[in-house]
Design a protein around this ligand. Structure first.
Ligand code: IPE
Ligand code: IPE
Ligand code: MG
Length: 230
């Protein structure tokens, strides 16, 4: 169970790497390198404060539209990042899963994913899911067809687990095909800060704001329960 004031399942759209770099007169890839550094800190902080499930959007199925050099750089970065992060994931008891399509990823990345998933499978402190070549519409279609074909009989919410808080950095206020089913009742938070600049203090501010919200799930909420019937 998550601690009272932090979301059990936090999802983050890690946006703004390119603009972070452009504003400094640097190439976009530098923003991705800094973003990977920030992702490390975010993972460690979330595990520390008691988030139990963290889903990070790293590469969307629509991101294949980007210039070939940028796509190649990102895929190489994921591969080396996975290798470098493995020891930290293991020592922090973090289980890693990658969600999204694998059939279009380079073999070295597919191998690094399989290795990291197998070696961290017993982690119980936090489940980290990283979305690579991910499209929520595709994920929903797949979950439905797997159920229809009888491959799984688990409820859809266990295949597509509900999100408590969705955070997007970078200033845009859209979902960009991320966790559409899972965010049915998610609280939403948008920060103008570019992802490489996201600090643990920013995260704590977002968590403090989340803790103040009343989630009613269609019910009347605490004040409504107390109202006398005329
Ligand atoms: C998010 O940052 C990282 C990925 C989509 C891979 P962007 O690369 O989208 O950065 P901006 O939005 O162009 O600044
Ligand atoms: C969403 O960001 C994908 C990731 C953060 C990985 P984009 O930068 O691709 O989204 P749009 O194009 O602004 O909607
Ligand atoms: Mg972007």
């Amino acid at each position: 169970m998550a601690k009272a004031n932090v979301p059990g399942h936090l999802a983050i759209i890690m946006d703004g790497n390119g603009r972070w770099a452009s504003r400094r007169g640097r190439p976009r890839w530098m923003g991705h390198v800094r973003g990977a550094h920030t992702a490390r800190e975010v993972v460690a902080h979330c595990a520390r404060v008691g988030v139990t499930d963290l889903t990070l959007y790293a590469f969307s199925s629509d991101n294949w539209k980007r210039p070939r050099e940028e796509v190649g750089f990102l895929l190489d970065l994921f591969t080396s990042h996975l290798d470098r992060q493995l020891a930290a994931l293991l020592s922090n008891g973090i289980r890693l899963s990658i969600i999204g399509r694998r059939d279009r990823l380079p073999p070295a990345l597919v191998a690094a994913i399989a290795d990291a998933e197998a070696r961290t499978a017993h982690g119980t402190r936090m489940h980290l899911r990283v979305a690579i070549d991910y499209s929520s519409r595709t994920a929903i279609e797949e979950a439905f067809s797997r159920r229809q074909e009888g491959q799984v009989d688990a409820p859809l919410d266990s295949l597509l687990p509900q999100v408590d808080l969705l955070l997007r950095t970078g200033g845009e206020r859209r979902l960009s095909d991320f966790l559409l089913w899972e965010c049915a009742y998610a609280e939403l938070a948008f920060l103008d800060v570019h992802f490489p600049d996201l600090s643990t203090a920013d995260l704590d501010t977002v968590f403090a704001d989340y803790a103040k919200r009343e989630r009613r799930f269609g019910d009347v909420g605490a004040s409504g329960q107390l109202a006398p019937v005329p």
